[in-house]
Each structure stands twice: as structure tokens, then as C-alpha cells.
Design a protein around this ligand. Structure first.
Ligand code: ADP
Ligand code: F6P
Length: 464
């Protein structure tokens, strides 16, 4: 790359993944997950460089331009992919930071790979950043990068944002490399969290474990460097989603979808990466029981569950996929008529226009993670669903619940509570549902991705 960038995003993922097509060709596809959905519009507006992995192990790809910014691919070997990405990132940190809803594994060789790969990302960022540039490091895969980068380039302004929950102190303490992670993050000038509880837990841990002076949200790391921790709840490009959902193509696609489903009276919809944190087992059981008990009639109602393939070689994810296949198959074999399934389940990735069409037709959007940093699907639904009586059922353990107060909140572990809330969301008077949706819409219209990015970057710029 010849030109240096004054704004650099560093994330494990690039906005696009390099995939090999069935005929042996090469294609680029939108990467999965909320981080890319959120940051893509930010990069389109800011320009600069996005440093990240291109999704294909053992391949080196040259930097290229994409949507008005530079994409700088960082290579990973197959072994690093196993140990840094699938291992330490997604079988150690991911379950640990999500309240240990699955058991985190601790392996020293995975940690070593995490250090090696974090150093490679730090070096790549140091290489593309102009003098005095702002570098914004993203998420749990790269928590060591802020400090490594500061050592390489003390002239930079360094921000870090954690897209997933910061765990309670008692859980974080299990991590054998807890102090190294804290030191890594404290290399940033500003560390952002999804929830105020995350930033206060982080500061409490820093106070207890490092002995550094902490005053309010500021940590005095060295004589010349302080680090601030604050909450910045992330959001979406609300207007972009709303415009897409109003487009004639999406309206036509939503009509087509309803036709295919046989024009049910009530559509319940779930949309998630196939991840054990998303509460799919509990959700599908609850929906299955509602059909089996006759509270929902499969000739009138359908539960549509879309799950994007995710981290498919990690054991917990393989097991989840099998469990969901079995559960859906069993329920559909017991309820519903021939040619009319109670649950329609698709394990695939759809274009954004199809997602918008799905949100349009959903009478009840079911977002019930066991734990989630934010959950952008909830916000996308609100942005895309047209006027009228939609309803959002939302787990109280999603970061989004703090902002989306007029959703139907549920504890996803409480199956009876979940069932009764699903029924309320489907049957409450239209006026009540409209009132809730109006308030939710106002929230996502005013708390957009631009507000999030400007809030974080403005604070980073103005720190003294
Ligand atoms: P996470 O970051 O944990 O995956 P979020 O809810 O914050 O969870 O973000 C998920 C993102 O992935 C959303 O932008 C959503 O639209 C997108 N997504 C989820 N499922 C699919 C799918 N089947 N096809 C295409 N995009 C999907
Ligand atoms: O938002 C959480 C997140 O884990 C991102 O960091 C990640 O890019 C995305 O979800 C999808 O996961 P993965 O990159 O492992 O496919």
C-alpha cells in the first residue's frame, strides 16, 4: 500500500470474506456478524484503511480498494486459524465473556498463537497509519493490539471497542492471562464497552489487579499515558435499513415470501448467527410447546428461524447445529399438517435485501440470547418493519434491552415466561403494540451508528 491512512480500523474480520466458489473460482462475500454491519457504513463515510483477516487461511492477498477505503488483508496460517481464531478467540474468550454459557477451554499454545497474531495485526496497523493517525481496534480477538501498537507507534491516537459483553469480575478472574489482557487494553487512549456495567467492571478489575491509580473513568497507566473507559452502545445505519425496506424490490420480495409461506396470520421470526449464546434451543422449545399445546395453530401461525452458519469447525457449534436440526425435525414431525410446517428453519446466509423483506413480514421478532453484547438484529427489525403492529420480544440479557425499553422483555431461561410473553406479543391489542413500536422506532432513529461513531471518535479526539 503506497498511501498512509489517517483513519485506520483494525478488526479480526474484513468487511468481505474471500471464498472459493464450487467451480473453483474466487469470490468476495459480506462477512458475518454485527461488527461488519456496524462498521461498514462508518468506513464508507470516513474513508481510510481497514486492516483485517480475509477469511481464507494460508493465503496472502494484496491490499485493494473497496467502497471508497483501502482493505489491508492480514494472513493467517491454518494452525493460527485453529489456535488463535477457533481456539483462543472462540473457545476460550467467547464463552468466558458470555457468562460461561458454554465451558471455556484454556490452552497455553492457543494463548501463544493469540499473542503472535495480535502482534501481526499491530505491525500491519503500524505500517499503514500516517503520523498522528487515529487507529480504532475492534473486539475480543485483538485485545493485545492497543499496547503493542503504542509501543511501535507512540504518536498514534488509539481507541479500542469491545463488541461483546465484558464479563463479571468473578468470571474474568478465571483467565490465566487476565493481567496481560488488561495491560493490552490499557494501551488504548479510550476503551469502549457496550454497557455501562462493562466499563465499571473493567475499571474495578484494573483497580484491583494492577495497582494503577484510577480516578472516575481514567486510569493513570504511565507518567505520559492515561486510558479512559466508557460505554458507547453500538447501533445500525437506521436510515439505510429503513430505505432498503421501503424499496419496491424488498416489498415485492416480502410479498413473495408471504406467498411461499401460505399467507399465515402470524409470522414469528428469529434471525441469528448459529451460536449457542443466542438462546436458540430454548426459543425453539418454547415455540414447539406453544404449537403442541394448541396455543398456536400451525394452519395460522409459523415460526421462521434463519441461522447464518458460524464457526462451523468449533465443537460447541457443531453440537449446536445437530441439536437444532434434531429439535426442529422432531417438532415438525409432531405438529403441523402435510405441506405446512410449524417451524421453517433455514441454515444459510441471505443478502441484506432478503433480511429486510423478512423483517417486514415478521409480526413478532424473537430475539432471545442468553447473553449478547448488543444484538443488532433487534434494531434492524425496528428500522425495517413498516408501520402497524409489529412486536419485539427481547432478552433482558442482550445489551439492546437497556435501550429498547418498550420491547417485550423476557428471561430466555424461563420457558413458561418466554411462552406467555410470545403469546402476549402476538395478541396484545394493536394499539398497544403500535405504541411500543413507535417508541422503539424513535429510539433507533435517534441512536444511530453515526451517533455511536461520532461519540467515540469525538471523545478520542478530545481527550487530554
Ligand atoms: P452477532 O454480532 O453476534 O452476530 P448481531 O445481532 O449484533 O449479532 O449481528 C448479526 C448481524 O448479522 C446482523 O447485521 C444481521 O442482519 C446479520 N445476519 C444474521 N443472520 C443472517 C443471515 N442468515 N443472513 C444474512 N445476515 C445475517
Ligand atoms: O460482534 C461479535 C462478533 O464476534 C464479531 O467480532 C465477529 O466478527 C462476528 O461476531 C462474527 O463472528 P466471526 O467473525 O467469528 O464469524
Amino acid at each position: 500500500m503506497s498511501q498512509l491512512a489517517s483513519f485506520v480500523v483494525v478488526a479480526n474480520r474484513l468487511p468481505v470474506d474471500r471464498v472459493v466458489t464450487p467451480d473453483g473460482g474466487v469470490d468476495w462475500r459480506t462477512s458475518p456478524g454485527g461488527l461488519v454491519t456496524a462498521l461498514e457504513p462508518v468506513m464508507r463515510r470516513h474513508g481510510g484503511a481497514w486492516v483485517g483477516w480475509h477469511g481464507a487461511p494460508d493465503e496472502t492477498v494484496e491490499p485493494f480498494d473497496h467502497d471508497g477505503y483501502s482493505v489491508v488483508p492480514v494472513p493467517l496460517t491454518t494452525l493460527e486459524h485453529n489456535e488463535y481464531y477457533e481456539g483462543f478467540s472462540n473457545a476460550t474468550l467467547w464463552p468466558l465473556y458470555h457468562d460461561t454459557v458454554a465451558f471455556p477451554e484454556f490452552h497455553r499454545e492457543w494463548w501463544d498463537a493469540y499473542v503472535t497474531v495480535n502482534r501481526r495485526f499491530a505491525e500491519a496497523a503500524a505500517e499503514v497509519a500516517a503520523e498522528g493517525a487515529t487507529v480504532w481496534v475492534q473486539d475480543y480477538q485483538l485485545q493485545l493490539v492497543p499496547r503493542m501498537l503504542r509501543e511501535l507507534r507512540p504518536d498514534l491516537k488509539i481507541g479500542f471497542f469491545l463488541h461483546i459483553p465484558w464479563p463479571p469480575i468473578e468470571i474474568f478472574r478465571q483467565l490465566p492471562w487476565r493481567d496481560e489482557i488488561l495491560e493490552g487494553l490499557l494501551g488504548a487512549d479510550l476503551v469502549g464497552f457496550q454497557e455501562p456495567g462493562g466499563s465499571s467492571n473493567f475499571l474495578r478489575l484494573v483497580r484491583r489487579r494492577t495497582g494503577l491509580k484510577v480516578e472516575r473513568d481514567r486510569v493513570y497507566v504511565t507518567d505520559t499515558h492515561t486510558s479512559i473507559a466508557r460505554a458507547y452502545p453500538i447501533s445500525i445505519d437506521t436510515q439505510g435499513f429503513a430505505e432498503l425496506a421501503r424499496s419496491p424490490e424488498v416489498i415485492a420480495e416480502s410479498e413473495q415470501l408471504l406467498e411461499e409461506l401460505g399467507h399465515p396470520k402470524v409470522v414469528f421470526l428469529g434471525v441469528d448467527r448459529l451460536d449457542y449464546t443466542k438462546g436458540l434451543r430454548q426459543r425453539i422449545r418454547a415455540m414447539g410447546e406453544l404449537f403442541a399445546e394448541g396455543k398456536l395453530d400451525p394452519s395460522e401461525a409459523v415460526f421462521l428461524q434463519i441461522a447464518t452458519p458460524s464457526r462451523e469447525r468449533v465443537d460447541e457449534y457443531k453440537k449446536l447445529r445437530d441439536d437444532i436440526d434434531l429439535l426442529v425435525g422432531r417438532i415438525n414431525s409432531e405438529v403441523g399438517g402435510i405441506g405446512r410446517s410449524a417451524i421453517v428453519y433455514r441454515h444459510t446466509h441471505y443478502p441484506r435485501a432478503t433480511m429486510a423483506a423478512l423483517y417486514r413480514i415478521a409480526d413478532v421478532m424473537v430475539v432471545t440470547p442468553l447473553r449478547d453484547g448488543m444484538n443488532l438484529v433487534a434494531k434492524e427489525y425496528i428500522a425495517c418493519h413498516p408501520g402497524g403492529a409489529g412486536a419485539l420480544v427481547l432478552s433482558e440479557f442482550a445489551g439492546a434491552a437497556l435501550e429498547l425499553k418498550q420491547a417485550y422483555h423476557v428471561n430466555p431461561y424461563d420457558l413458561n415466561g418466554l411462552k406467555s410473553t410470545l403469546m402476549r406479543a402476538a395478541t396484545d391489542p394493536v394499539k398497544d403494540r403500535q405504541r411500543r413500536m413507535r417508541a422503539l422506532r424513535k429510539q433507533v432513529q435517534t441512536h444511530t451508528i453515526d451517533r455511536w461513531a461520532n461519540g467515540f471518535l469525538g471523545d478520542l479526539e478530545n481527550l487530554s
